[in-house]
Design a protein around this ligand. Structure first.
Ligand SMILES: [Zn+2]
Length: 398
């Protein structure tokens, strides 16, 4: 490994990447291999503009263009993909219960290396993560680590280097980027986990869709808490001014005045009523378990409901109702009618969907506008999002 990271010189430099070339690179990554004609059609731009953007990146060895023989008589076409140039990315999802660490190249191929319990203290947790990263770098010798993306269940600072506050982890003011800095100088980016998950879901949906963009949507991640990622005008939105890094903290909007005590210090927060973790508390009657009594995990509540147990069915219906109330508030506040739900709560989708829809329909937005709520990934968006955050940042800088 070189003393100076090859990418370091570009950090801090003015970002010349235009929005168009960001979108173009995202589309290539989601839909590769892809022809220049298809890129032009899906982004509604001229083929010459595609060529203008793609050519220098082919010359730089970031992209590659190969001849592909398509099915049919003598059909050959030139397709663009990211080059297999030995570069790779590490993603770390610092979850409340568990931490996942994985790698990916620009051509895809997510490899999960580790899934370990998250130590309670930030120092112990980051020391462990750092050791794992160093082991991966050693294992991948000969390949070049371009960026490390760390997703966290809380707010980040403006530069996305520090975690400001993650109530469910109990962590405050942790300089994650410095703690994980390698001698090679590989940049570390710290991203809110719901924002990271939104980037990940956006790529999956771009791959499935016919156009090249996923302009506006709200990603709601419900697991231990609730996080919200916002994609507005095809870019993630993190907030503005001194509150940049705060946007999407809807998990802590109050929906019940004087309601249940939340770990953030306030009462009646949305995540106390509509997260997967809140289902266990509701199932137990919102009282501490008696001695010898075990609190069921979320997947167990879902299994019991599937087996016909009334108490778990009622619990999940109530969660769905509160989820819908919050979703209506978020749609009204942000003005975006397309919602994707991800995280553990998705395991109960068939049970929560009807009461959730009924709650949205009761709201003014439900009565006046079209809206959609769909289920995303129950699990993959955690580590997928962390890696995505690293790659997205890299693409923004080239
Ligand atoms: Zn709260």
């Amino acid at each position: 490994m070189n003393d100076t990271h090859p990418f370091r010189s570009r950090i801090g430099a003015a970002r010349h990447t235009s929005r168009r070339s960001n979108q173009l690179l995202r589309l290539i990554r989601a839909a590769q291999p892809i022809t220049r004609t298809e890129i032009a059609e899906r982004l509604s731009i001229d083929k010459s503009t595609v060529t203008e953007n793609v050519k220098p990146l082919i010359a730089d060895g970031v992209l590659t263009e190969e001849t592909q023989t398509a099915v049919g008589p003598g059909r050959r076409s030139r397709v663009v993909s990211f080059a297999e140039n030995g570069s790779y990315f590490i993603g770390v999802n610092l979850g409340v219960r568990r931490t996942q660490i994985g790698t990916s190249g620009l051509r895809g191929g997510l490899t999960e290396y580790d899934d370990l319990p998250t130590p309670r203290s930030p120092t112990a947790a980051l020391k462990k993560v750092r050791q794992r990263i160093e082991a991966i770098v050693e294992h991948m010798s000969g390949r070049r680590l371009m960026m490390i993306g760390v997703s966290v269940p809380g707010m980040t600072d403006i530069d996305r280097r520090r975690l400001i506050f993650a109530p469910n982890l109990g962590w405050q003011e942790v300089d994650i980027a410095s703690e994980l800095a390698l001698a090679s100088g590989t940049p570390v980016i710290v991203e809110n986990d719901a924002t990271a998950a939104a980037m990940y879901e956006a790529r999956l949906k771009i791959r499935e869709s016919d156009d090249g963009l996923l302009s506006n949507f709200i990603l709601i991640r419900s697991g231990t808490g609730i996080g919200v990622g916002l994609v507005i005008d095809s870019e993630v939105f993190r907030g503005g001014g001194s509150a940049r890094g705060v946007a999407g903290e809807f998990g802590h909007m109050t929906i019940v005045a004087g309601g249940k005590q939340c770990v953030c210090g306030n009462r009646g927060c949305w995540e106390m009523y509509a997260s997967a973790a809140s289902a266990a508390s509701l199932y137990m009657g919102d009282r501490p378990p008696k001695s010898g009594e075990t609190v069921p995990r979320f997947v167990e509540i879902v299994a019991r409901a599937n087996a016909g147990e009334l108490r778990s069915r009622r619990t999940l219906e109530k969660i769905g109702d509160h989820l819908g109330i919050g979703i209506a508030n978020v749609i009204m506040g942000v003005g975006i009618p397309r919602v994707v739900i991800s995280g553990r709560l998705v395991y109960a989708w068939h049970l929560i969907e009807a009461p959730m829809r009924a709650a949205i329909e009761r709201s003014i937005i439900g009565a006046t506008h079209g809206w959609s709520v769909e289920a995303g990934e129950p699990a993959g968006s955690a580590i997928g999002g962390a890696v995505e955050a690293a790659i997205e940042e890299y693409l923004n800088r080239i």
